[in-house]
Ligand binder design. Sequence first.
Ligand SMILES: [Zn+2]
Length: 424
Amino acid sequence: MESLSNDQAWMREALAQARAAAEAGEVPVGAVVVRDGIIVGRGGNAPVGSLDPTAHAEINALRDAARQLGNYRLDDCTLYVTLEPCAMCSGAALHARVARVVYGAAEPKTGAAGSVLDLFAEPRLNHHTQIVRGVLADECSALLAQFFQQRRRQNQAAAKAAHPLRDDALRTPDARFAELPGYPWAPRYASDWPSLQGLRLHYLDEGPVDAPLTWLCLHGAPVWSYWFRHQLPVFLAAGHRVVAPDLIGFGKSDKPKKAGFHSLETHRQILLDLLQQCDLQRCVLVVQGAAAPLGLSLAQAEPARFIGGLLLGTGPARKPAAEEARVYDAPFPDAGHRAALRAGAVTGGSAQEAAWLGAARDFWHADGPGQAGPGRALALADAQALASGRRGCVPPAALPAWGQFVPEPRADVALQAVEYFSPS
Ligand SMILES: [Zn+2]
């Protein structure tokens, strides 16, 4: 009869097999077969890697021992295994006629050495195999618990990375965005910010995080981050950072089926989360005309993050060229995807928008030391909305599928802006 300390020593060898199994991505169970103080067989759990449902640690160790000893009967051997054997492995141990089976942790769901059933206590099956239970049980079960905890975490991370689609939302197929001219930037996604309520937001985030300037580009309707494609290379070439989200309901972001989702306040909360989550600093707010109230309200909420604003393209609307039409139609394969356009999201005209715009005008015109306002606003192209209270604006010409379409501003606008806002 082997002593308890010997049993523990051999169980540590079985634990080493279990750890090796874990490293191979298998549930960590390990076994060794010992005869006359020598290990004659080793095995780790390997059903996944070997595509073999019978490749349990005990079976692998028994096979190894039988090969090494040149005998399918293992009469004077002890099988050490970190987890209580199942019915198959208990049966195999009985067939091999091992003298003793020593196991570590009990297995309440499948254990056949006392937990669910006890094959070794069945006198019609077993005449001589002894069972020893609970050797290094804590270590053996801790290894399993750690493995399953890690796998749970990995599964959760994978589920998070997959950004599951909400039942009440649509997601434009990626194929609709294939081969967009002049838009080489890698997509970034978020769905776990509180304001997103599980919807997937798409955004671009290019350039160094510690850049001297961050251009936060907010599109209006019906366009998306693509609208800034002529500007982005200019900002990046200056060594600046560019962050350009697609508002929910637009571009590559998820599209709630119900138009009721689209309140200005909802979009504002999402953008405030973007400021925090991406920790945007030293921002110049770049807004396409209709998004101005929304964008300007962000700067008022987080004035320390902003140094200026660039207001672009309030109109007039025009009919897009065929290639532009393809790109700007891409996010909206059918009417179901166009809830944001039906809701007039971002295009505004609401009392809320008017209030924001009024407050923004006072805020952005505040100047001098001690003032909260950034004090630097540059209105380019025909964006006179902020200054004029929108009176001078040409009424947007509605296109059947989308509503207003404003042409993309050219790179020279961005060059002018870089010159104007770059820290001297
Ligand atoms: Zn088994």
